[in-house]
Design a protein around this ligand. Structure first.
Ligand code: NAP
Length: 295
């Protein structure tokens, strides 16, 4: 069996067309969703993420309020900016790009964002609501995975899911979303990490594998049940002298071998990655609708 590829680029493009149409409808009611993007410092990876987010906003008609601050910005100044955006009615979402410079307490800054503008879904109030199964802003990467599964027709109800990784931004939230008592949940979830005794034993039983370890070849073909659905969240650089930049990006899954056993698989790049920013746009539009009392 050769797996069908879950095309994250296409799914993200489809969702952005839907969002653009929704933003156009809101505009008729004089509502323009606004996203404040706050970047502190010059980290090249963070800069390129932020630029991609700002471009994506423009593309679908979201107002993007770009705040690029120097690396020596004080915690107090950053908190003051967050508070200003909290109180600005033109702003529906606030995104503080992580990681922040060492002299700034990240959790303090995330806690300062109003939960109703926390479009990254990192505020403890939104995390708590997600766990309780209440309406909340869901974190973007795991929510993107849920969308990919849903739009690829993968039924999660009753499925055995193995999540590899327990970070706060991927592993824990995706495990949580998949056990919720709803159509996109109802799965039986096992969460594995570096202290898991025999990873392969767990993965072998999975109908759906979600790999978010940040290590190439964490999932090899011998670990995969024939017909399993494989979602590869990992983004890893491996040296490649044939590439101009000297490296290429790979996921956590041995893609070439595993695609011969799986029924559906996400590539890296072009799988989960393109969904993350799209879900941020989605949350911003939802926030604007909530602020206007439309939902
Ligand atoms: P992280 O905070 O480093 O967490 C990695 C998790 O994987 C940890 O829980 C770790 O276990 C576990 N792990 C590592 N090696 C393992 C192994 N050999 N066996 C079992 N478990 C193992 O990483 P993250 O932020 O969740 O990100 C994970 C990957 O996804 C990274 O490659 C990252 O770049 C990528 N990512 C992609 C997107 C996207 O939009 N495409 C978004 C976010 C992240 P311990 O807890 O025991 O250390």
């Amino acid at each position: 069996m050769t797996a069908k590829i879950i095309d994250g680029k296409q799914t993200a493009a489809d969702m952005r067309v839907e969002l653009k149409a929704e933003v156009a409808k809101l505009k008729i009611k004089n509502i323009v969703p606004g996203l404040a993007v706050i970047l502190v410092g010059e980290d090249p990876a963070s800069k390129s993420y932020v630029t991609a987010k700002e471009r994506a906003c423009e593309e679908i008609g979201i107002f993007s309020d770009d705040n690029h601050l120097p690396a020596d910005t004080s915690e107090a100044d950053l908190l003051a900016l967050v508070e200003k955006r909290n109180n600005d009615p033109k702003i529906n979402g606030i995104l503080v790009q992580l990681p922040l410079p060492k002299h700034i307490d990240e959790s303090k800054v995330l806690l300062a964002i109003k939960p109703e503008k926390d479009v990254d879904g990192f505020h403890p109030i939104n995390i708590g609501k997600m766990v309780a199964g209440e309406k909340a802003f869901l974190p973007c990467t795991p929510n993107g995975i849920i969308q990919l599964l849903k739009r690829s027709g993968v039924k999660t109800e009753g499925a055995e899911v193995v999540v590899i990784g327990r970070s706060n931004i991927v592993g824990k939230p995706i495990a949580n979303m998949l056990i919720q008592k709803k159509d996109t949940g109802n799965a039986t979830v096992t969460v594995c990490h570096t202290r898991t005794k025999n990873l392969a034993d767990h993965v072998k039983h999975a109908d759906i594998i979600i790999a978010a370890a940040g290590r190439p070849n964490t999932v090899t073909a011998d670990m995969v049940k024939p017909g399993a659905v494989v979602i590869d969240v990992g983004v890893n650089r491996v040296e490649d002298s044939t590439k101009k930049r000297g490296y290429r990006l790979v996921g956590d899954v041995d893609f070439e071998a595993v695609k011969e056993k799986a029924s559906l698989i996400t590539p890296v790049p072009g799988g989960v990655g393109p969904m993350t920013i799209t879900m941020l746009l989605y949350n911003t539009v939802e926030s604007a609708k909530q602020a206007a009392g439309l939902i």
